[in-house]
Write a protein that binds this ligand. Structure first.
Ligand SMILES: [Zn+2]
Length: 345
């Protein structure tokens, strides 16, 4: 089969579109999926660079998100059959640790995620636990079905499960454009929140307005904390989604109303900002850190997508062989929505 692999860590030049061996079933609970599309995530860049601390075996196929058709299942598989169109829940656990045996395998200390300890989705075929294969929500294309799982499950857990977002609340989303931020915009608007977004790009702010954002703030031109205070009658917002970190962190805390919640799943601008702890207890703030989400979160998300008819925002499609160009676009931060690889039929 054709796949995009790395033979060592490094830059985009390490990605090789080449012939690779097709995966084979190794357990009666696995399935093999003929992929039709794969979506890019920032974690792919970190895995390529070798900055996650997870040891990969080489050559290695990247990619955590994918969708396609089931072509083979193990003897014990009952939840999917050959011919089913599926999207993939990305993580699985060891099945034995404290977290796995209490249905929290996304918190497993030996987490096995597609594109990390498991071979990924930048390929014509992928092997996955059958329990990770879910029917594609009605109306979604293969490209859309590959684009939503990782970012939407992350957003769902942060905003719905952890922050308990309510209709009518004010939400601030930092750095609109990336996969998590655009997914958060879609979910929060669908839930009836009032949404403010930030970006350094007026073009991205305009796009966000088209997708339902109530206000956009260019943080290069004005202080977003002050703007948020003005927009909310000095009150502040109920929830901030800050996956940027760095200098934004202090401003995000300052933009919260009393009793507000801050959720984080990334630190692209810096991981060690200064925090005035007094602000947290004086203002009764809550901070939630999160990555991925549980199978129960995923089940709730699929129901929500089915009923709300949300379709993930696709930035651009690339053929599988052009994965390098696709990763370059992600690395440059030019995207608005998800960058997706199409895998020929
Ligand atoms: Zn485990």
């Amino acid at each position: 089969m054709k796949a995009v692999r790395i033979h060592e860590h490094g830059g985009i030049d390490k990605l090789r579109y080449e012939e690779a061996e097709e995966p084979r079933l190794a357990s009666p609970t696995e399935a093999i999926v003929r992929l039709r599309s794969a979506a890019l995530n920032r974690i792919d860049l970190l895995n390529r660079q070798g900055s996650t601390g997870i040891e990969l075996s080489f050559p290695h196929i990247l990619g955590a998100d994918g969708a396609g058709i089931v072509v083979e299942v193990g003897d014990e598989v009952r939840n999917v059959s050959k011919g089913d169109a599926v999207c993939l829940y990305p993580p699985s656990g060891c099945g034995r640790c404290e977290f796995c045996i209490t249905d929290r395998d996304f918190m497993c200390i030996r987490l096995r995620a597609l594109g990390e300890r498991l071979e990924g989705t930048y390929a014509e075929y992928v092997k996955a636990p059958a329990a990770n294969c879910f029917p594609i929500p009605p109306g979604l294309s293969f490209e859309e079905a590959a684009a939503f799982p990782l970012v939407f499950i992350t957003v769902w857990r942060m905003l719905v499960t952890n922050a308990e977002l309510k209709p009518g609340e004010h939400v601030l989303i930092l750095g609109i454009g990336g996969g998590v931020a655009t997914a958060a915009l879609q979910v929060t608007k669908q839930m009836g929140a009032h949404v403010i977004v930030t970006s350094s790009s007026d073009e991205k702010l305009a796009l966000a307005r088209n997708w339902g954002a109530d206000h956009g703030i260019n943080y290069r031109k004005s202080d977003f904390t002050k703007e948020v205070r003005t927009l909310t009658g000095k009150r502040g917002v109920d929830v901030v989604l800050d996956c940027v970190g760095g200098d934004s962190w202090v401003k995000s805390l300052a933009a919260l109303a009393k009793g507000g919640r801050l959720v984080t799943c990334g630190a692209t601008a810096g991981a060690t900002p200064q925090t005035d702890i007094r602000r947290i207890f004086w203002n009764q703030l809550k901070i939630f850190g999160s990555t991925l989400g549980s199978r129960e979160d995923f089940r709730q998300l699929l129901n929500f997508m089915r009923i709300s008819r949300i379709r993930p925002i696709i930035d651009q499609l690339f053929p599988l062989k052009d994965a390098a160009a696709a990763q370059q676009r992600l690395e440059d931060g030019k995207q608005f929505g998800k960058i997706v690889l199409q895998i020929a039929d």
